[in-house]
Design a protein around this ligand. Structure first.
Ligand code: DX5
Ligand code: ZN
Length: 224
């Protein structure tokens, strides 16, 4: 990347990888130049799909030095924070809609030394997390309905990125803004122009013929 290349963080989602080769697949993330590993945990209750749990993540931990960005699409995530911290997750993102006592659950994550993330489904307004924004390290804007990879980005969700950028500036906060769902070479330009710091890419990364070229192209599209 050039000197002025943006510091865009690309986080491929392991949901889209070949689970039978997950060790090699996770190694390909670092080899491609992408910086984080996005881990989509799904319980079949908060979302209509089931993916994997703490043991899968713990087994992957020794196969990558990259930050593990866990996205918990599970009901009452407060029950599992310890297990995901012990599995080696660096970021633990919960859904605002899945935990009644958000401040307490976010505190559980921070008290264990992990970084706390908070995610909003497409229908949830930024105002619904206003009271806890000062406690989070990352806000994950869902640009698809959670549960599956390979969906198309919902354009109306992008205005939340701009809203979060404005709030962060006004309140002098420092959370990262991540966007998750339907991010690819066609959509990443607008996503980053709106102010995203991190983009998750599942199918676009793992279906790319050349993953390094894909990562390079994602940076070139967003280079400004
Ligand atoms: C959806 C997950 C996303 C998804 C991204 O519920 O949170 O991380 O796996 O996959 P793509 O990039 O294919 O939309
Ligand atoms: Zn995700």
């Amino acid at each position: 990347m050039g000197m002025n290349a943006p510091s865009l963080i690309i986080a491929p989602s392991m949901l889209a990888c070949d689970f039978s080769r997950s060790g090699e697949e996770i190694a390909s993330i670092a080899e491609s130049g992408a910086q984080w590993v996005h881990l989509d945990v799904m319980d079949g209750r908060f979302v209509p799909n089931i993916s994997f749990g703490p043991k899968f993540i713990a087994d992957l931990r020794s196969h990558s030095d990259l930050p593990f960005d866990a996205h918990l699409m599970i009901d009452k995530p407060e029950r599992y924070i310890d297990q995901f911290v012990d599995a080696g997750c660096d970021y633990i993102t919960i859904h605002a809609e899945a935990s009644l006592h958000l401040h307490r659950t976010l505190s559980l994550i921070v008290d264990r030394g992990a970084k706390a993330g908070l995610s909003l489904i497409p229908s949830a307004p930024v105002s619904s997390i206003d009271e806890v924004l000062e406690y989070v390290d990352l806000v994950l804007v869902m640009s698809v309905n959670p549960g599956f990879g390979g969906q198309s980005l919902i354009p109306s969700t992008l205005r939340k990125i701009e809203e979060l950028v404005a709030i962060r500036k006004k309140r002098n906060l420092t959370f990262l803004i991540s966007v998750d769902g339907g991010v690819n070479l066609n959509t990443v330009g607008e996503v980053v122009a709106c102010g995203a710091d991190v983009v998750v890419a599942g199918s676009a990364f793992f279906n790319a013929p050349d993953r390094s070229r894909f990562v390079e192209a994602m940076h070139q599209v967003t280079w400004r």
